[in-house]
Design a protein around this ligand. Structure first.
Ligand code: CIR
Length: 258
């Protein structure tokens, strides 16, 4: 697990017109499909710039949140684990993702009880952190722990702050020992033993970034945090995220990386 940010593939899914009905904690406006398609295309191009082989699955009209593929599975080098989303409207997205994963992996396992979404899972070089949240419960965490143990992974249960959708809404892995996190999440003490770079005050939404090979890919519009990352030696790429942000989505949500 030394190379938890080095990947060769990614799976994405095109946004559908039904995105206007996507789940959101607060109504801050209707996402604009044309803008989202543009941003999504830029996201895919940026992933390809890292050398990634990127699959673009077709849009799913029946699943307004289907573009947020990260929540459907956890991809590890040894195999993939299908999730059990805590949002009822998203449960069916898992079956839509399974065939694509079976095309890449010999082992595709599934969480069968409880609830867990990929957005609550942060895989680091030494462990898998899973944040309990409104979408992920103790049973889901226990199931995942059992499934990945034979592959040598240890799971540590942590807690997503109240009112925050997913654990990774507030953090990202930057390298083997470094995490980008909001101050509010770091204050919970869950990153003891890691080096933590905080998002700048007022730029909490920058925390959901991805390290993919040589780049940290982050949402555009957070200049102070972007500068902090550059100062720490990371090569930053920015992608507009205004439309996904209306549905509480960010950079990690838009792909499965392996
Ligand atoms: C949802 O509420 O499920 C979607 N609107 C957003 C999902 C974001 N996914 C993620 O953070 N992994």
């Amino acid at each position: 697990m030394e190379h938890s940010y080095e990947f060769s593939r990614a799976i994405t899914r095109k946004p559908s017109a039904s995105i206007v009905d996507g789940l959101r904690a607060a109504d801050i406006g209707t996402p604009d499909l044309a803008q989202m398609l543009k941003d999504h295309a830029h996201y895919v191009v940026t992933l390809r710039e890292t050398g990634a082989d990127v699959v673009e699955l077709p849009a799913l009209e029946d699943f307004p949140d289907g573009v947020f593929v990260e929540d459907t599975a956890l991809c590890l080098p040894e195999g993939a684990i299908l999730m059990r989303p805590g949002a009822a409207s998203r449960m069916g997205e898992v079956a839509q993702m399974a065939p694509a994963l079976r095309g890449f992996y010999d082992q595709v396992l599934a969480v069968e009880t409880g609830f867990i979404e990929g957005g609550d899972i942060l895989t680091t070089a030494k462990e898998i952190l899973v944040g309990r949240s409104a979408r992920t419960d103790a049973q889901g965490v226990a199931e995942l722990t059992k499934l990945v143990a034979p592959w040598g992974y240890s799971v540590r249960e942590v807690f997503t702050p109240e009112g925050v959708l997913h654990f990774k809404t507030d953090c990202s892995l930057l390298d083997a020992e470094t995490i980008l996190a909001t101050k509010r999440l770091d204050a919970s003490g869950c990153f003891e033993g890691y080096r933590v770079i905080h998002t700048a005050d007022g730029e909490e939404a920058a925390a959901n970034a991805i390290r993919y090979n040589q780049f940290v890919i982050m949402a555009a519009g957070f200049p102070k945090t972007a500068q902090r990352l550059r100062d720490a030696g990371f090569e930053v790429r920015q992608v507009n995220n205004t439309e996904c942000a209306k549905l509480d989505g960010g950079m990690s949500c838009l792909s499965l990386r392996f």
